[in-house]
Design a protein around this ligand. Structure first.
Ligand SMILES: [Zn+2]
Length: 235
C-alpha cells in the first residue's frame, strides 16, 4: 500500500462532497472483486491469452455472483443524491442487482439478463421467456457483440452526462475501447476532475487529477465514508 493512500482517499471524499454532477464509469475491474474474470487487467482474460494462457477459472456460475463493496459504494452515492449517472461496460447485471436505479444507468455493452426489442428498443427480463415484443418486434439478447453498434440511447445519455460532469470517476476500466474511452475526454473538455481507480495502466493516467492503482474495494467505500462525514451523516 502506498503511503499517501489515506491522503488520496481524503481528497476523493472532498471532491465527491464538492461535486454537483458526479458521473461514475465502470469496467470489468469492478466485477473481478466479485470473482468475475477481467479482460485487460494483469491477470485478465486477454492479457493471459496474449501470453498463451487459458482464462483463470472462477469456479462460479454467473447467477451466484453478488455485488461487492465497490458496487455497494456506488449505490450509497446514489442514496445520498450524489450520483447523477453511471456508465458501465459490464454485462453482468451487478449494478442493477446492487440497487442502482435503471434510469441512472447506461449499459454500453448490454446486460446478459435482458432481452432487447429490435423494433422499439424496449428491454425485457430474459426470464419472461418471450421471443416477440408487444410491438411485434423480435426480442434478441441485449448483449452487444464485438463489432456491433452500441445501444443508441445508452450511448447518447452517456455522452450527455460526461459533458455535464464536474467529477468523472473511472472504476476498473483500462479505457482502451472506444467510444467508451472518449467519455473521460468529453468530461475533461468540460473542465471536470478526472479520477481513475484501476489496477493497471490507462491511456488517461497522465491527465487524471487523482490516480489509484489500488483495488476499488479498498478505495471507494472509504471515500464514501469520508463523504458521509463531510455531509454530517454518521453511521
Ligand atoms: Zn418492441
Amino acid at each position: 500500500m502506498k503511503e499517501d493512500l489515506e491522503k488520496r482517499i481524503h481528497t476523493l471524499a472532498e471532491w465527491l462532497y464538492e461535486s454537483r454532477h458526479l458521473v461514475v464509469f465502470t469496467g470489468a475491474g469492478i466485477s473481478t472483486e466479485s470473482g468475475l474474470p477481467d479482460f485487460r487487467g494483469p491477470d485478465g482474460v486477454w492479457t493471459r491469452r496474449d501470453k498463451g494462457l487459458p482464462p483463470k477459472a472462477t469456479g462460479r456460475s454467473w447467477d451466484s455472483v453478488e455485488p461487492n463493496r465497490g458496487h455497494i459504494a456506488i449505490v450509497e452515492l446514489q442514496k445520498m443524491g450524489k450520483l447523477k449517472f453511471l456508465i458501465s461496460q459490464n454485462v453482468d447485471n451487478l449494478h442493477l442487482k446492487s440497487g442502482i436505479d435503471p434510469d441512472l444507468l447506461a449499459e454500453l455493452h448490454g446486460n446478459m439478463t435482458k432481452l432487447r426489442c429490435t423494433r422499439c428498443g424496449k428491454k425485457l427480463d430474459r426470464s419472461v421467456g418471450r421471443t416477440i415484443c408487444e410491438c411485434g418486434g423480435r426480442l434478441v439478447s441485449s448483449v452487444v457483440n464485438f463489432g456491433e453498434p452500441l445501444p443508441e440511447k445508452d450511448l447518447r445519455f452517456s455522452f450527455e452526462h460526461s459533458r455535464k460532469s464536474d467529477l468523472f470517476v473511472v472504476a476498473g476500466s483500462s479505457l482502451v475501447v472506444t467510444p467508451a474511452a472518449d467519455m473521460p475526454l468529453e468530461a475533461l473538455r468540460s473542465g471536470a476532475r478526472l479520477v481513475i481507480i484501476n489496477q493497471g495502466e490507462t491511456p488517461f493516467d497522465q491527465r487524471a487529477h487523482l490516480r489509484f492503482d489500488e483495488a476499488i474495494g479498498h478505495v471507494l467505500p472509504r471515500a464514501v465514508k469520508g463523504l458521509k462525514r463531510l455531509m454530517g451523516l454518521f453511521e
